[in-house]
Design a protein around this ligand. Sequence first.
Ligand SMILES: NC(=O)c1ccc[n+]([C@@H]2O[C@H](COP(=O)([O-])OP(=O)(O)OC[C@H]3O[C@@H](n4cnc5c(N)ncnc54)[C@H](OP(=O)(O)O)[C@@H]3O)[C@@H](O)[C@H]2O)c1
Length: 288
Amino acid sequence: MTPPLLMRHLTDGTAIPALGLGTWRMGERADTQAAEILAVREALRLGYRLIDTAEMYGEGGAETMLGMALRQAFAAGEVQREQLTVVSKVYPHHASTQGVVQAYERSLRRLGLDSIDLYLLHWRGDEPLAHTLEGFARLQARGLIRHWGVSNFDVSDMVELLALPAGPHCAANQVYYSLGARGIEFDLLPWQRQRGIPTMAYSPIDQGALNDHPALYAVAARHGVSAAQVALAWVLRQPDVIAIPKAVHSAHLRDNFAAQTLQLTPADLQQLDSVFAPPRGKQPLAMI
Ligand SMILES: NC(=O)c1ccc[n+]([C@@H]2O[C@H](COP(=O)([O-])OP(=O)(O)OC[C@H]3O[C@@H](n4cnc5c(N)ncnc54)[C@H](OP(=O)(O)O)[C@@H]3O)[C@@H](O)[C@H]2O)c1
């Protein structure tokens, strides 16, 4: 079995794979569930060891589907629990201290696991961050989560978070980052880099759109790869960025995994910059 090729480090130094599998839009329909379970199992056989999900996805449906896929994969000896990094997220409207614990317990039941490796606040809501962090702390004290983090936090949110006593333990921030959404390069990415907080890039191929973007074709042709692979390699070229593309199709799963070894040249990067210009000033945090 192929091991994960690229690794990254959470804020406390824990190593996790640089490439994961996203699960948004999975678990929404009964008639696609079997194909999704097969896709997750194929991903595991290919060597994916990081899976991203959330209580929001399919209102629990993605976690349920993932739980079924993992049970089958464990039973078939395709992967062991200890080899996996499972990421899930709590809704902001569940993010009170007690709400976090209850939402977590529901997620865990759906996943059929004993723990979640990285548990994120999905985006900022009205609940004071200190209350949410207390919920995370209670879960950590019970050994139920290894790490906690946030998602869709801009610099001002991160500053507020890190001012709290437990804030510096934030393991990662998951945000929209792709060739088509480079705004975080101006401030958030360097801010996190300075503090050793990794960035998890969601929608790294712009929900599939970058695969059809003519600007990527020339670079892709030079390397004999697809445009989506160029988009992924571009995100993954940075040592503190994790990418979690979602894929169900077998060819997509394979291509995305293989993108870990694609090395873009300075000429490639320059060509991509000429079409997808780096930000020249502060941009509002992009969200999907
Ligand atoms: N924290 C947040 O607020 C947040 C927001 C959005 C997403 N996310 C997470 O990030 C994950 C990824 O984002 P995303 O699902 O929005 O978009 P994405 O990963 O950029 O794109 C997924 C789409 O691209 C297609 N695709 C995947 N690999 C491809 C390839 N090699 N060539 C051509 N098409 C390809 C997929 O098709 P098939 O599925 O048909 O193979 C799917 O339609 C989500 O699933 C979720 O886990 C988090």
